[in-house]
Design a protein around this ligand. Structure first.
Ligand SMILES: CC(=O)SCCNC(=O)CCNC(=O)[C@H](O)C(C)(C)COP(=O)(O)OP(=O)(O)OC[C@H]1O[C@@H](n2cnc3c(N)ncnc32)[C@H](O)[C@@H]1OP(=O)(O)O
Length: 443
């Protein structure tokens, strides 16, 4: 990133640096100074407790495994009374992981995370400078798509991100045990935490390959499932229990991690922290296990699919209640040709897309032709393909449409898509005819 030189408002006078997380060269049991101070700034930005330095090395290990690139913004001209100037006034991080977009290959996706700007430095364009430069570099590096999970829904639309997937928060009344219509299959075993930690990435990989909308996960997920980390915190959570589901051949094909909220919680509740299945049967059997635990009245889970098979498995579907639906992935098309070609389609058709993009990255007119589930997109000149159905939409609307969680018709009703009935029909056949996307990865 460039280096600001002069003092002033805006971003002048601020110093931008990007680097990987690292250990202290003099003492590899510690994080290096710039990484440690970057963690301090993130904790401030997200209202977490002050850092416990002893926990930094584990976090560095996770970040290195994730391949994260950290950006820090320093204000060297602050008052002498201010916090250590080595603590950045803004943070930003990126990594690449793969997204299941229904095509023959998983799509490498540029992930943006850990965005904070110190309250004393807000609204002077620091985020804008970090994200616009970063997205342009990601596109130049050949990435077709960027993604994030947003703290607030109001921030990222202006940068071309559209809400693209959601999960449901659900509650199940399990007093006396949940009844299932299908007979039980395979087995479920309480997992040895170390074995579970090593199996989590393998099971998730199988889930990712079969689940439209799923996104590869960072190292923290295996650590949390094994109870070694607690949320973003690298301290153990001794309340967490893990189970593995084994198929008829004894091969693990799903896991769940959960914890009791304690005896003081009435009704007595088990919170499911994570549940990943590599087959429909594993999904069913993990819930059958969870629904059978004695002394439990209620299960909660915040990451259920919006289109959830679970209530359809139960003998009493009214024991299942959706308590919330929240957006998870926000997608930003960086390269429309590459992103549209990578997508797998469940219908066929041809449509002209006129994309408006405030950052210019995805702007242009493209002819999208889909045959046999495979799409090709190529730039269209002015006046070309005038007979074809045509849609005008924002980059953010294309991000929302991309995985088909919302129909073009609904987006048209909301004003982000302008198209005639012919184009809406093609778009809905191309983008919404397939399975509903399911992404339970937060980052
Ligand atoms: C992917 C993630 O990590 S999500 C986490 C985001 N971080 C947080 O929520 C932590 C708390 N908040 C913050 O740290 C900061 O307020 C940030 C990062 C959200 C914004 O940083 P800033 O440097 O203040 O943003 P910046 O000044 O570049 O604003 C750019 C534009 O976004 C708008 N904007 C910024 N934050 C918000 C917001 N929270 N809600 C609505 N609009 C916002 C600004 O008004 C500005 O609009 P304009 O260019 O159209 O005039």
């Amino acid at each position: 990133m460039g280096t600001g030189q002069s003092a002033g408002s805006g971003t002048d006078g601020l110093r931008f640096e990007s680097f990987p997380a690292g250990y202290d060269p003099a003492d590899p049991a510690k994080a290096d100074q710039r990484t440690a101070r970057w963690f301090d700034a993130v904790n401030l930005g997200f209202h977490e407790d002050r850092s416990n330095e002893e926990r930094f090395p584990a976090q560095v290990d996770g970040y290195l495994r994730d391949g994260r690139v950290l950006t820090a913004v320093y204000d060297d001209g602050g008052t002498e009374y201010a916090w250590d100037p080595a603590v950045p006034v803004a943070t930003y991080a990126t990594m690449v992981n793969t997204l299941n977009v229904g095509g023959t290959q998983l799509l490498p996706t540029h992930l943006v995370t850990a965005v904070t700007v110190r309250p004393t430095h807000r609204r002077r364009g620091i985020l804008r400078k970090m994200i616009t430069g970063d997205l342009a570099r990601a596109k130049a590096a050949g990435l077709a798509l960027a993604a994030l999970t947003a703290s607030e829904a109001t921030i990222y639309g202006r940068f071309g991100f559209g809400a693209a997937t959601s999960t449901a928060g659900v509650e199940l009344e399990t007093r006396g045990g949940l009844g299932f219509t299908a007979p039980a299959r395979g087995t479920v075993a309480i997992a040895d935490p170390d074995r579970l930690r090593t199996l989590v990435p393998e099971i998730f990989r199988l889930h990712l390959e079969r689940t439209f909308g799923a996104l590869g996960r960072q190292h923290a997920y295996a650590m949390r499932a094994a109870g070694e980390w607690n949320g973003e915190n690298t301290e153990p959570d001794r309340a967490v229990r893990g189970v593995l589901r084994l198929d008829a051949e004894g091969v693990p094909d799903g896991y769940a991690a959960y914890k009791s909220l304690g005896w003081r919680e009435e009704p007595h509740t088990i919170k499911v922290i994570d549940l990943v299945a590599a087959s429909d049967e594993a999904y069913r059997e993990l819930w059958r296990y969870l629904g059978s635990i004695d002394l439990v009245d209620r299960l909660t889970f915040t990451e259920a699919p919006v289109e959830d098979p679970l209530p359809w498995m139960l003998t009493d579907r009214r024991r299942y209640k959706v308590t919330s639906v929240e957006d998870v992935l926000w997608l930003r098309i960086l390269d429309p040709q590459a992103a549209l070609a990578a997508r797998g389609y469940f219908g066929g058709g041809t449509v002209v897309l006129e994309i408006d993009d405030p950052l210019g990255l995805a702007a242009g007119t493209f002819l999208l032709e889909v045959h046999g589930g495979v799409g090709t997109a190529r730039p269209a000149g002015p006046g070309e393909h005038a007979q074809r159905p045509r849609v005008r939409l924002t980059a953010a609307a294309l991000g929302s449409l991309y995985l088909g969680a919302v129909s073009a018709r609904t987006l048209a009703a909301a004003g982000g898509v302008q198209a005639g009935e012919d184009a809406l029909a093609v778009l809905d056949e191309l983008f919404t005819a397939g399975p509903a996307p399911y992404c339970s990865t937060h980052f």
